[in-house]
Design a binder for this molecule. Structure first.
Ligand code: ATP
Ligand code: MG
Length: 416
């Protein structure tokens, strides 16, 4: 027997319905915020992720699924969604003088070679969105608002935005120097990865999963103290806007994000002050570094699987349809044929309708009516069919009526 790969899941039944509901909520909300749906390929040139996510990131160093295709090209399965969307944006030359922002959202499978555990899979789904063209804090606030309110709309009350600013290049450089000066004396006490990061990309030490709890890191200089005036003003303005929008946030100077491309705003959304549900930030240099003209951008991505798991853990009810509109019963060949015709007609008129497919007796078909929780049932009889009438019964009130077959759709339209 061949079984599924580690860290992957088959999703079906009630779980599939729940995810569909969540996706629908997110799709609708994205649409209201003016973000259009985009699909990009599952695989891209490996180089794309090296250049965007960053050679030094955990994602690229340890987590990508890399392979050579039959044409000897270096290919990776996408570990995140932003790189592909930016590649699309640059390839189609959408940069330049934008009169209005270009706003897109996606909901796609991502692939990371991780140690599978709760909330951490090798194949998982991210819902995310990107806004290109605006360097004003209104767009940072819009992205945060969409992310934050998505969770609220799904019923998660206790969400909070943890926010930080990495500032512009100058602020970041100054901070990097201060951080290195501070960390150098403790070098031997850091993990092997962080020893290397200290040379290659010191900010990443703050994001370390091993050294994160280390006392050394608890007292590191805060990037906020190294922001130049422009960066500081910008951050203050964004926080003011978040206050106006009544978005619950908290400044967290340890948030630097695991990806290389961020500047200014970085944020995570957490539940009950701990678990990270999603993350985002501003990435004004990425379009240019992937070959386009400099274009400011800001985005966010959440793990859909973690959200599903949390809604379950928090016992938040997801409204999923567990009934059908109509069940049609028939026993004789003529009754069954009529059932087939009517079932198709009702389905094509947007009613959910089922009939027996297992040659069951009437008695057992009645059991199916209850199993499927049908709102109405139609009991076909040869004598009725001859006269073009049917008996339709409300399965709750048990009231029944004989109506003409041609009136069936109208009847259900007024009753359901
Ligand atoms: P973490 O610190 O948990 O590893 P990350 O920084 O790698 O997260 P991002 O790359 O920012 O995560 O991805 C955004 C969101 O995608 C995460 O907050 C999480 O909800 C989800 N996510 C990331 N990796 C996985 C995974 N392996 N399985 C399921 N969901 C994931
Ligand atoms: Mg990770």
């Amino acid at each position: 027997m061949i079984i599924k790969q580690k860290g992957t899941y088959d999703i079906y039944g009630v779980d599939a319905k729940k995810r569909q509901y969540i996706k629908n909520v997110l799709d609708t909300l994205s649409d209201k915020y003016g973000y259009g749906f985009i699909e990009t390929p599952v695989f891209e040139a490996t180089e794309l992720f090296h250049r965007s996510v960053g050679d030094e990131s955990d994602i690229v160093k340890k987590e990508t699924y890399d392979f050579k295709d039959r044409g000897d090209r270096n290919i990776s399965l996408r570990p995140e969604g932003t790189a592909g969307v930016v590649r699309w944006f640059v390839e189609n030359k959408l940069y330049g003088n934008l009169t209005d922002p270009v706003k897109v959202f996606y909901c796609e499978k991502m692939y990371r070679y991780e140690r599978p555990q709760s909330g951490r899979q090798r194949e998982f789904t991210q819902w995310g969105f990107e806004c290109f063209g605006s360097d004003f804090v209104e767009s940072d606030a819009e992205v945060i608002s969409l992310a934050y309110n998505a969770y609220k709309l799904l019923g998660l009350e206790n969400v909070k935005v943890k926010i930080n600013s990495l500032g512009d290049d100058e602020s970041r450089d100054n901070y990097r120097k201060a951080l290195v000066d501070y960390l150098k004396p403790y070098k031997d006490e850091l993990c092997d990865d962080c020893k290397r990061r200290l040379e290659t990309n010191p900010l990443r030490v703050l994001d370390c999963k091993i050294d994160g709890d280390n006392d050394i890191l608890k007292n590191v200089p805060k990037i906020i103290d190294y922001l130049n005036e422009e960066s500081k003003n910008r951050f203050d303005k964004l926080l003011e806007l978040l206050d106006l929008l009544e978005i619950d946030y908290e400044i967290d100077s340890n948030i630097v994000r695991g990806l290389d491309y961020y500047n200014y705003t970085v944020f995570e959304i957490v539940l009950n002050d701990s678990l990270a549900l999603g993350a985002g930030g501003r990435y004004n240099n990425l379009v240019e570094s992937l070959g386009g003209e400099s274009t400011p951008a800001v985005g966010f991505a959440m793990g859909l699987d973690r959200v599903v798991e949390i809604l379950d853990n928090e016992n938040i009810e997801i409204p999923i349809e567990d009934s059908i509109d109509v069940y049609i019963l028939g026993e004789s060949e003529n009754e069954r044929n009529t059932a087939s015709i009517l079932t198709q007609t009702l389905r094509l008129n947007s009613f959910s309708c089922e009939m027996d497919m297992m040659n069951k007796t009437f008695k057992n078909q009645f059991k199916a009516v209850d199993r499927m929780n049908a709102k109405y049932l139609i009991l076909l009889k040869d004598d009725d069919i001859k006269e073009n009438v049917i008996t339709i019964k409300d399965n709750k009130t048990r009231e029944e009526e004989k109506i003409s077959i041609v009136d069936l759709v109208d009847y259900l339209d007024t009753h359901i």
